[in-house]
Design a protein around this ligand. Structure first.
Ligand code: SF4
Length: 385
């Protein structure tokens, strides 16, 4: 194990970076406005030993709910997920210890305002309330300007450029209480992106995660591979294991995270140098407050079960819980689904096939999967001839 070289930052009553223990985080999967359910999520995660718990806030009603959640769980280290509505930062900061923003989402509001101004505002809010920050770059929602500069095959360089640009902005503003995350659903890309980032900025603490890793056991395996490759190289100051789980089992993300850390610390490795994905690959998001219909969790499990007959085929199927991130996050899958309140949108690559009721979607997926397998077999026969 190489020693970590990052600087220390404080998140409520814990410190990450430097030689501090690697913190284990998770996120509430329920709608934030469902106060009782979200308090229950926080309780489950605290009971499982979470160091930091993230909650998404998109609108003033979520902020009001957050105030209640904070009252009920006064000792939790809460991190807030600011998505498009970055201006909510000043409203939520009094209740939390950390603000996470996604550089790719700062463009949605006040398009005419320079991004650096928005970052300055976030820094001022974080400073005023003693919050740490996370620059959270996600493969499915990278700054479009950065994406357009590189070929479709290179998804890592735009992520990296975006993260480094925002680090430079925070440095320029004299704010050092921040960490960075670079997430993708492909563990190899997570490894590459974090290795490249740490090479340039060995001082900046990294939060590691394979996003939309899916369901256990596959989701755990993908995450474990990425963590083993990075943590043994001294990279990673906090982690999150993102799994699609029933709400009541959310604490498993923490238990699994601690188990992986423990295995790494004691030399129990399960990965080889590179994760080679062959056969059917199901990716699904861990759900969060934006999930539009709880039936999403059953759907993800049913898709996995129903598609087992195709497990020898190199096909990726993505199942996402909402229309906010679902459309972008499914573009690279062979078949993708994102869930709306009363229907599921089915895609083939970036192209929409149609919208289907929850009761009919499995049959449609099966039909599309059969068609895909048939087409690939036909193409393979042509090559052989
Ligand atoms: S896809 Fe939507 S519901 Fe799923 S984790 Fe991402 S934002 Fe949340």
């Amino acid at each position: 194990m190489k020693p970590r070289t990052t600087r220390e930052i404080r998140i409520g009553n814990i410190r990450i970076g430097g030689s501090n223990p690697i913190a284990v985080q998770s996120m509430a999967a329920t709608r934030t406005q469902d106060i009782a359910a979200t308090i229950r999520q926080v309780e489950l995660l605290e009971a499982a030993g979470a160091d930091v718990i993230r909650i998404a806030v998109d609108n003033p009603k979520d902020v009001a709910a957050l105030a209640e959640i904070r009252k009920a769980r006064p000792n939790a280290n809460l991190s807030i997920d600011l998505q498009e509505n970055y201006r909510l930062a000043e409203k939520v900061a009094p209740f939390v210890q950390k603000l996470r923003y996604n550089p790719g989402h700062l463009y949605h509001l006040e398009r005419e305002k320079p991004v650096v101004e928005k970052v300055r505002y976030l820094v001022d809010v974080a400073r005023a309330h003693g919050c740490a920050m996370r620059i959270g770059v996600n493969a499915g929602s990278v700054d479009p300007e950065k994406v357009s500069k590189y070929s479709h095959d290179d998804s890592i360089t735009p992520m990296l450029e975006s993260a480094l640009e925002h680090c430079a902005m925070l440095d320029e503003l004299g704010f050092d209480q921040y960490c960075v995350s670079l997430k993708d659903s492909d563990p190899n890309k997570v490894i590459d992106a974090n290795l490249r980032f740490a090479d340039v900025r060995p001082d900046v603490p990294l939060h590691l995660g394979v996003t939309e890793a899916g369901m256990p056991p596959d989701g755990i395996i993908k995450t474990r591979v990425a963590f083993e490759q990075l943590i043994t190289r001294g990279i990673g100051d906090t982690i999150r294991v993102s799994l699609t789980l029933p709400f009541e089992n959310k604490g498993d993300e923490i238990t699994v995270g601690r188990q992986i850390l423990d295995d790494i610390a004691t030399g129990r490795f399960r990965s080889v140098a590179r994760f080679e994905q062959t056969g059917l690959n199901i990716i699904s998001c861990p759900s969060c407050s934006r999930v539009e219909n709880e039936a999403f969790i059953d759907l993800a499990h049913n898709v996995k079960e129903m598609t087992q007959y195709a497990k020898m085929h190199d096909i990726t199927i993505a199942v996402m819980g909402c229309r906010v991130n679902g459309p972008g996050e499914t573009d690279d899958a062979d078949l993708g689904m994102w869930c709306a309140p009363s229907f599921v949108n089915l895609k083939r690559g970036p192209h929409t096939i149609g919208q289907f009721a929850y009761e009919e979607i499995l049959d449609r997926v099966r039909a599309e999967l059969d068609r895909l397998i048939e087409e690939r077999a036909r193409d393979a026969r042509k090559v052989t001839v």
